[in-house]
Design a protein around this ligand. Sequence first.
Ligand SMILES: N[C@@H](CCC(=O)N[C@@H](CS)C(=O)NCC(=O)O)C(=O)O
Length: 362
Amino acid sequence: MKHKFYGGPLSLYSGKARAYLDWKGVDYEEILSTTEVYKTIIVPKVGRPVIPVMVTGDGETLQDTTLIIDHFEAKIGGPSVYPDTPKQRLVALLMEVFGDEWLVIPAMHYRWNYNEEWVYGEFGAVAAPDASQEEQLAIGRERGQTFKGFCPILGINEQTIPAIEASYEALLADLDRHFSQYDYLLGSRPSIGDFGLIGPLYAHLYRDPASGEIMKRLAPKVAEWVERMVDVQQPLSGEFLPDDEVPETLVPVLERMMTEQMPFLQKTADIFAAWARANPDMEIPRAVGMTDFTIEGVTGQRIAPPFSLWMLQRPLDYYRQLEESDKSAAEEFLSTIDGALAFRDFTMERPLAFENFKLILH
Ligand SMILES: N[C@@H](CCC(=O)N[C@@H](CS)C(=O)NCC(=O)O)C(=O)O
């Protein structure tokens, strides 16, 4: 049986997994996550309505793009999206966290504040592909409202929007400089970091028409990278740069992550530690409260999601288990990145695991 991939063209994380599956040369069938599919397949198998979901040829259900990717990395072998060398591997893992868990902010802002009506139509087209356009719009409006409703709790509001836009435009400029020299983050092969970034930078920030216009105008090289990522010409091709080189052009991108996202993640970890002490037997909720974040000097409040900590554990665990000489190479590299102390000295009292589609204390 062929692997079945349930997702949708407008979905951020579907874009991440699909780009990977295509690069890895996985033979799969993509099935639209219609209302019927949610009801008969996704919710019964995963326990909640979420995409993407992969049901492998062996009947195993995988949710979470990171687990889907790691499953095929282990099964297929061959060229990997995880570099072998310490600095590149660390940067790739960090960029995955940045794309997956932080760039959702500009992605959601531009989607809902620049493309709202168009997106309703898209939601409808996925939910009920056979319905009339009018019916699709009505269905899409209802379904899309839920997602639009996430904007305020993600920290998107009148005060923060100018800062979110300034930060996104600066990020585009940095990435445009990078992609004018390199095909992918770390050479001619995409890494797990590229797949983290492609989620927000494809579905919301390239494919949504008004967002795509902005990207193509401000950062044409980023738009070309998006096209390379989603329209794979040669699966399993390319190499990471030799000698564990991390291009200089990635430094400002890493610094943006370290100064915007990392302090927020530390606050989230502190709140989560207190929550876990107070609620030892409770199922871990999607958010453990609200906390501050600062972008371009503007401070807002957003939900503190424990899931982001599970993602951050990947680069943290990798960094902390490095053997001496690799560790010093990584440490020396981090010392050149403003704000990276927040990562190096990150404190997480309660490690997390993600099992059976749920976060649990480790
Ligand atoms: N970290 C997950 C996130 C999946 C996710 O949040 N998917 C979105 C659509 S792109 C969704 O279904 N959200 C609905 C929800 O989580 O309630 C992954 O990598 O798969």
